[in-house]
Structures are given as C-alpha cells and as structure tokens.
Design a protein around this ligand. Structure first.
Ligand SMILES: [Zn+2]
Length: 144
C-alpha cells in the first residue's frame, strides 16, 4: 500500500515537473483558468523558507508549513493497520478535513487581499478556446 502511494507521488511529481517545463506554468489550474489555485505560491514559499526567510515564505503561502505535517500523515504507516482492523474512523481524517478547510479559507482571503495570486480569466486556456470558438462561430455564420 505504501509503495503504491510512493509511486503515485513520484508520478505526480514527474508529471508536474514536465508540465512546468513545457508550459512555463507551475500550476495546471492557473494555466487552464487564469485563476490561481489554493496551492499557488507554495513553491516560492518553500524556496524562501529553505533559505531561512520565513517572513517571505508566509507572504507567498501562509500554510507552507503544513506540507511536512500532511506528508507525515499521508506516508506514516504505523496506525493505519490498527485502525483498519478496528474498523474505527481514522483520526487523520479530521486533520485532512481541517487542512482542506484551512486551505480554502486562506485561499479566499488571499484572492481578495494578496498580490501573489493571479485572477485574470483572459490568461486561461479555457478562455482562449471559448473565444476562438465564438470567433469561428461568428465567421462561419457571417456575424461580426
Ligand atoms: Zn496553483
């Protein structure tokens, strides 16, 4: 089970890295929609955190410090077997739900207040295709 998780994690990381190098975008959501996602700024936050600049790290993503916590929860294998046997609700589930809630609360706050996040729908690939589709429709039906 743990090996499958590690392989999936590595495949996600490789896919993400290839996407980043091919498109120049570090975020698939931003690339498609023109809007930053709840995780945007995380890489920059960690680059600053690893250099010891915690203030800048919090500026780029206030929840950057949660990554090792959740990685520990996701890859920690000690309790998982015990809870499966007891058929009880795993205590990590509440931490996952709290983490997701925290990311979305912080996301909406940052979308309203932070200069780090982008919110221009016209930069997204969806917008490009929809506007091209409208153009083709207008040309083919003689509407201008
Ligand atoms: Zn993003």
């Amino acid at each position: 089970m743990l090996k499958q998780k590690q392989i999936a994690f590595c495949l996600c990381f490789i896919t993400y890295f290839c996407f980043w190098k091919l498109t120049g975008y570090a975020c698939i959501f931003l690339y498609l929609t023109g809007f930053s996602c709840p995780g945007c700024g995380m890489s920059r936050a960690w680059l600053f955190a690893l250099r010891g600049n915690i203030h800048q790290a919090f500026f780029y993503h206030p929840l950057f410090w949660t990554v090792p916590v959740y990685a520990g929860l996701a890859f920690g294998k000690k309790q998982q077997i015990q809870y499966k046997e007891r058929k009880a609700r795993h205590p990590n589930e509440i931490f996952y739900l709290l983490g997701i809630a925290a990311f979305f609360i912080v996301y909406f706050y940052r979308m309203a207040n932070s200069s780090v996040l982008q919110k221009n729908i016209q930069n997204g690939l969806f917008y490009y295709f929809v506007s091209k589709g409208i153009e083709v429709y207008q040309v083919s039906f003689g509407i201008h």
